[in-house]
Structures are given as C-alpha cells and as structure tokens.
Design a protein around this ligand. Sequence first.
Ligand SMILES: [Zn+2]
Ligand SMILES: [Zn+2]
Length: 130
Amino acid sequence: MNTKPGPRGPNPDDCELCAADRFTHWYYEDEHCWVADCEVCAVPMVVWNDHGTEPTDEAVEHMMAKLNKAAAGRFGDVGWKIDRTMRQVPEHFHAHARDADWWGQRFRRPMSKYTGVGGERHEHGNPIGT
Ligand SMILES: [Zn+2]
Ligand SMILES: [Zn+2]
C-alpha cells in the first residue's frame, strides 16, 4: 500500500481503494495498480496504487491494458466496455470493465472470492479445485 499523501481529497487512511481489501477475485497486481472484481458492481476494476486522480498517460495506458486483459479473460473479446467514471471514490483513480448485463445482474451475480492473485476465478458457491 502506498502511504504518501495524495494531491487532494480525504485522507488516504479513509479511502477504501487505498485499503485494497482482498475479498473478491484479484486478476492482477504490480507496483502500479491492481485489478480485482468490484465489490459493488461484480465486474473487473483496475485501481491505481497512488491516492490521486491524475496518473501519467503511461500509467493510464498500463492500467487500461491490464483491465482489458482481465475483462477479455472474463467476458471474451466483445460485449463489454471500459468505464472510467469514478462514482464511488472520485478522489482515487480507478476504472471498471462493464459487460452489457452488469446493471441488471449486479445483485444477482454470485460474488467472486479471493484465492490469490492471478489464479483461476472462483465464485461463492463454486467449490475451489473443481
Ligand atoms: Zn464498482
Ligand atoms: Zn485512495
């Protein structure tokens, strides 16, 4: 976790994206970002490791590439799109990959669970190892 102060916004200590709790499936992580299922929307979401809203162009490109990869792995090559609107936590850069059904399905989809970074994706109700 990054502890350096952000350029603006509330204290990163109070930020749920800085907290980076591992409850859902994590697709990827490195020193720049992490990609996991959003606990609210149940779709892949990339989160910058820095608390702020202005990553460099290179960082954005890197993050979008990782989100694209996670989304393509889950949804396939078509039928979803990147949503960079930051509704929940406007002071910390993140983006979602939303499939066409995400809104109607968001409470019906079984939530994925954390089983380590980059492994197979498991949902609650699916026994691990099958
Ligand atoms: Zn979300
Ligand atoms: Zn934050």
